[in-house]
Design a protein around this ligand. Structure first.
Ligand code: MRU
Length: 360
C-alpha cells in the first residue's frame, strides 16, 4: 500500500539487505531499518518491531536466509530454526514458514543454501501478498451484499490485521480496501486494542493514509454500537485457527464475538491458509497464549507536548498486571472464515472441503 504516494511493503529486499518498517514508532514516525543478522531478526520479532501473524512468518523466512550466510551447516539450519521459532509462541505462521524453509533447504548442499533460502523467502513474501489480495476479493462480495441492502457499511475491526501485519494488503483490511476502491461507502470502527494499541496506532494510521473513513473507539464501545445497529459486520484477523475452526486472535477478540452473537451481527475472520494449524483441534485447550510484559499494561506510549515519543505510567507503582496477549473465539461464534479460496463455515467439515490438499 502507499505511504504519502510511495508504494511500500512491510518487509522488502534491497539487494542482499532486508529492510522492515520498525512498527514500534507508528503512527508518529516512519522508521525503516535493515536487519543484518539472526540476532536482529529474532529481536525484531520478539520485541514487535514487526508483528502480525503473516509478517512474523515472512520475517522468520528472511531471518533464516540471512542466518544461513553465517552458518549453512546442518547444525546451523537446526539452530536457526530453534532461535527464530522461540521468539513468539502463538502465531502459527512462524512455524509454518520455518518448517517450509527447513524442508526445502535441508536436502541442498550447504553452499547452495543461502541463495536458495533468499529466493524461497521472496516467494513466501510474494505469496502472502497474493493470498491477501484473494481474501480481499472474497470479502468484497460480503460487503457488496450489505451495501446493496443499506448503502453505508459499518465494519468493526480489532487490533491490526492490516497491511503492516502482512507483507501487503492485510487480511481483515483487504476486503475493506477492495470495497473502498470499488466506490462502496465503507466506514470502519477501529478498536484501540489495549494494551499495545495496535488499532489506535497502526490500523488508524493505515486507513487514514488510504482515505478510508474510520472512527477510533475504545475497546469497550463495540457492544454498545452493536446494540444500536451501528455495526453491520465484524472482520478480524487471526494468529492461529484450528482444524475445528476455533480462532485465536488478539486479546479482546472473544468479547467482540460474544457481543456480535448476542446482537445478531455477522462475525467474520480473514484467514490465509498458512494461519491454519491442522494439528490442533480445541483452540482453548491447545493453543499457547503469549504472556507479555506487565509494562505494556501499566504504561502507555504516545507523543509528549514537545513531539517526543514517550511512555507514561497509568497505574500506581506497586500494582502488578497480567498481560495475556491473545484469546480464543470458539468456532460456534464465527459466522464465516474468509480464506484465499472463498468463504466457508468455521467447522472441521467446511475447512476440510475448502483445503482438501492441506488438511491432515
Ligand atoms: O501481537 P500482534 O500485534 O502480533 O497481534 C496481531 C494480531 O492479533 C492480528 O490480528 C493477527 O496477527 C492477524 S494479522 C493479519
Amino acid at each position: 500500500m502507499k505511504i504519502d504516494g510511495t508504494p511500500y511493503r512491510s518487509i522488502w529486499r534491497e539487494g542482499e539487505a532486508v529492510r522492515i518498517i520498525d512498527q514500534r514508532w507508528l503512527p508518529h514516525e516512519l522508521r525503516v531499518v535493515a536487519l543484518p543478522d539472526r540476532t536482529a531478526f529474532a529481536t525484531a520479532i520478539r520485541d514487535m518491531w514487526v508483528r502480525g501473524a503473516p509478517l512474523i512468518g515472512a520475517t522468520a523466512a528472511y531471518g533464516m536466509a540471512v542466518a544461513l550466510r553465517a552458518d549453512a551447516s546442518d547444525a546451523g539450519l537446526e539452530d536457526h530454526w530453534q532461535v527464530l521459532h522461540e521468539t513468539r509462541p502463538t502465531a502459527i505462521n512462524l512455524r509454518w514458514a520455518l518448517d517450509r524453509m527447513r524442508a526445502a533447504l535441508a536436502p541442498l548442499a550447504p553452499a547452495d543454501r543461502p541463495a536458495a533460502a533468499m529466493r524461497l523467502a521472496d516467494e513466501i513474501a510474494d505469496e502472502d501478498v497474493e493470498l491477501n489480495r484473494q481474501i480481499g476479493l472474497h470479502g468484497l462480495k460480503l460487503i457488496e451484499k450489505i451495501a446493496a441492502r443499506k448503502g453505508r457499511v459499518n465494519i468493526l475491526t480489532h487490533c491490526n490485521a492490516g497491511w503492516p501485519a502482512t507483507v501487503d494488503w492485510g487480511t481483515a483490511t483487504s476486503p475493506i480496501y477492495h470495497a473502498h476502491n470499488a466506490g462502496i461507502d465503507v466506514h470502519v470502527w477501529v478498536d484501540e486494542t489495549r494494551p499495545r494499541n495496535q488499532g489506535a496506532q497502526i490500523t488508524a494510521w493505515e486507513l487514514n493514509a488510504h482515505g478510508v473513513p474510520h472512527s477510533l473507539i475504545v475497546d469497550n464501545a463495540g457492544g454498545h454500537l452493536m446494540q444500536h445497529g451501528m455495526v453491520d459486520m465484524v472482520i478480524v484477523g487471526t494468529d492461529r485457527t484450528t482444524a475445528n475452526g476455533d480462532v485465536c486472535n488478539k486479546i479482546g477478540t472473544y468479547l467482540k464475538a460474544l457481543a456480535a452473537k448476542a446482537n445478531g451481527v455477522p462475525f467474520y475472520v480473514a484467514l490465509p491458509s498458512p494461519t491454519l494449524d491442522w494439528r490442533v483441534r480445541d483452540g482453548v485447550k491447545e493453543i499457547p497464549i503469549e504472556e507479555r510484559a506487565e509494562a505494556e499494561v501499566t504504561h502507555v506510549q504516545g507523543l509528549d507536548p514537545e513531539g517526543r515519543i514517550v511512555q507514561v505510567r497509568i497505574s500506581p507503582t506497586g500494582t502488578g498486571a497480567a498481560n495475556p496477549a491473545f484469546d480464543v473465539t470458539p468456532a460456534h461464534l464465527v459466522t464465516g472464515l474468509i480464506t484465499e479460496r472463498g468463504v466457508c463455515a468455521a467447522s472441521p467439515a467446511a475447512l476440510k472441503a475448502m483445503f482438501p490438499d492441506l488438511s491432515a
